[in-house]
Write a protein that binds this ligand. Structure first.
Ligand SMILES: Nc1nc2c(ncn2[C@@H]2O[C@H](COP(=O)(O)OP(=O)(O)OP(=O)(O)O)[C@@H](O)[C@H]2O)c(=O)[nH]1
Ligand SMILES: [Mg+2]
Length: 434
């Protein structure tokens, strides 16, 4: 274990913990899925800075409430961990606080779950004050129920994977102060969310539409943002490189400028604590005009990853935002049609070679345009401000005066339609009139 990490401030990076992974095959899943999931867990562990020295997969009818894998398997696992000289055992599913305590005392070493590893990576990667606050909040919420009764023998291991991050010293102090800290972070983040909301409304008035890049971690979201806008955002073949949202302007072929935002990537079994804590960051997805869902076309389990992204999008309340799926890393595919396995994958691109990018941007512009609708408004003569705003925010196709009102036919997006609905007389399908 890391020396000097007793205070939680010194992490000895020259020492890499040895880790054994444990996956369980329950009746509702398959060995293949669990194996894939363990490959990903190994990547997570590696990203967190530790080495996987062994893997165990067990088939069970149901999880054991006390030890997750059952007494017999625990002693087998203890023997393996001892022979491999492993420091820590990582379970691929969430452990309850009681299971974790029982496992640690029976294994004689640290036992953590996938959530703790992901939280650990987030703690290492958070850079901005907002990102740090969100991660700290997630960590504290995760740790709070796990504080009581954690064996003293393992406190020496503070600083190891799953135990470090902001707020380390907070763990030593009492629960009440921890709760106070949680409430403080919650209120700070809520205020930030409010400020964001105001900024967002300001932008709406300026009528710049927003496209949000979403996708599985490592799909190439940041690389795409860079390729499209020379944003200079960090990219790497590691998981969860981006935690803080970045927004850049992008000029579309039709002349319109949109805002393109890159943000935190998702993963299967993304800890609920993180989705909850990253609410301020993820809220921006709800007000986006389009989600550009970036998929790594070279991944082995494309459909499962798309599902994982969709479930997080649902969880943050952005299900109704139109989505366009893009297959990235097309340069890695031998078969150029491979990405088309999925029904409505509109376009294959490569952020690396830039192939398909023009086509993708053109389709994006089309998608944004089809979200526009032609609406007829009747604006009273004394509301010159509304008339001016309609001209500013939409495309006025027809305008004439009728007694006491100006009738205008405007091509307008959903946000604009919602704003001017008091003056609306009726909406048409674009084809009916154009
Ligand atoms: N071959 C190939 N590699 C790519 C392409 N796009 C991105 N990559 C690589 O994929 C890795 C991840 O790219 P990022 O842009 O950091 O991915 P991300 O989706 O932003 O990932 P996180 O921020 O960690 O969630 C990097 O090593 C990139 O160089 C591509 O089109 N082709
Ligand atoms: Mg990124």
């Amino acid at each position: 274990m890391t020396t000097g990490a007793f205070t939680g401030t010194l992490i000895d990076r020259s020492f890499r913990e040895k880790i054994v992974l444990v996956g369980v095959v329950l009746p509702d899943t398959t060995v293949q899925r669990v194996q894939d999931s363990l490959v990903e867990l190994a990547l997570l562990v590696d990203t967190a800075g530790a080495d996987v020295v062994g893997k165990v997969i067990q088939r069970r009818q149901r999880l054991d409430p006390a030890t997750f894998i059952g007494e017999g398997k625990v002693s087998e696992l203890a023997g393996l961990a001892r022979s491999l000289d492993a420091d820590t055992v990582v379970f691929d599913e969430n452990l309850s606080p009681a299971q974790q305590r029982n496992l640690e005392s029976q294994l004689g070493r640290t036992a953590i779950d996938r959530t703790a590893v992901i939280l650990d990576i987030f703690a290492q990667n958070a850079k901005t004050p907002e990102g740090k606050a969100q991660v700290e909040l997630a960590l504290l919420r995760y740790r709070l129920p796990r504080l009581r009764g954690r064996g003293r023998s393992f406190s020496q291991q503070a600083g190891g994977i799953g135990t470090r991050g902001p707020g380390e010293t907070q763990l030593e102090i009492d629960r009440r102060r921890l709760l106070q800290r949680i409430r403080r972070l919650e209120s700070d983040l809520k205020n930030l969310d409010k400020t964001r909301g105001l900024q967002r409304r300001g932008r709406e008035r300026g009528r710049l539409r927003e496209v949000a890049l979403v996708g599985y971690t490592n799909a190439g979201k940041s690389s795409l943002l860079n390729a499209l806008t020379s944003a200079g955002v960090d990219t790497a073949d590691r998981l969860f490189v981006t935690l803080d949202p970045r927004t850049r302007q992008l000029a579309l072929p039709g002349g319109e400028t949109v805002l393109l935002t890159d943000t935190v990537g998702f993963i299967k079994k993304l800890p609920h604590e993180l989705v909850e804590a990253f609410r301020t960051t993820l809220h921006s997805l709800r007000s986006a005009d389009l989600l550009l869902h970036v998929v790594d076309a070279s991944a082995p389990d494309i459909e499962d990853r798309i599902d994982a992204v969709h479930s997080v999008v649902d969880e943050v309340g952005a299900r109704d935002v139109p989505e366009m799926i893009v297959f990235n890393k097309a340069d890695l595919l031998d078969d150029p049609d491979a990405g088309l396995r999925l029904e409505d994958a509109p376009v294959n691109v490569s952020a690396r070679t830039r192939e398909g990018l023009d086509e993708m941007v053109a389709q994006m512009a089309d998608r944004l345009r089809t979200e526009d609708r032609l609406v007829e408004f009747r604006v009273p003569f004394d509301r010159g401000d509304v008339l001016a705003a309609l001209h500013r925010e939409g495309e006025v196709l027809k305008q004439y005066e009728l007694d006491q009102v100006t009738v205008v036919n405007v091509l307008l997006d959903a946000a604009g339609r919602a704003r001017f609905c008091a003056f609306e007389q009726g909406a048409f399908e674009k084809g009916e009139i154009l």
